[in-house]
Design a protein. Structure first.
Length: 152
């Protein structure tokens, strides 16, 4: 079963259980995936792949995290709780993300592999990371770690 099928079945299950928040979040996810499908049609690709779905989910997750940070700074507990629940629903469908120490380790390995010596080489290192860890690496964290490593 591909990722889109899993999301659709989760939507059906949530609708039957009358979990309103989950249904709304999953409908937003499916709408974003359909937008991606429409976008891909213009490039003569008919089928959407799991990698495309993961990219959509990561984009939505990033948006939710930014909103969560803003709501926390503004002391809007009601809105931050809603964003956090949406983050949890979206994360359920994503592959397990590398933790902080694993991210640091793969960043250090990629710096060695690429021969990067300064912050100017960050693009080379990021391209290696995107090839090897496209689905399970938080690139915002990786970027911060790479800046730290390459600034030394």
């Amino acid at each position: 079963m591909n990722l889109l099928d899993k999301i659709n079945s989760a939507l059906k299950e949530s609708a039957l259980k009358q979990e309103k928040d989950k249904v709304l979040t999953l409908r937003m996810v499916i709408a974003a995936i359909k937008d991606k499908e429409i976008e891909k049609r213009s490039t003569n690709e008919k089928n959407i792949k799991d990698a495309d779905v993961i990219a959509v989910l990561n984009k939505m997750l990033k948006q939710r995290r930014e909103s969560l940070e803003i709501y926390n700074k503004a002391s809007r507990v009601d809105l931050s709780e809603k964003e956090q629940s949406e983050i949890n629903f979206i994360q359920y469908f994503l592959p397990k993300q590398l933790n902080e120490s694993e991210t640091r380790k793969v960043c250090e390995e990629s710096v060695k592999d690429s021969g990067a010596s300064s912050i100017k080489d960050m693009g080379k290192v990021m391209s290696i990371l995107k090839i090897k860890y496209a689905t399970n690496l938080d690139f915002a964290k990786a970027g911060a770690i790479l800046k730290e490593i390459l600034s030394k």
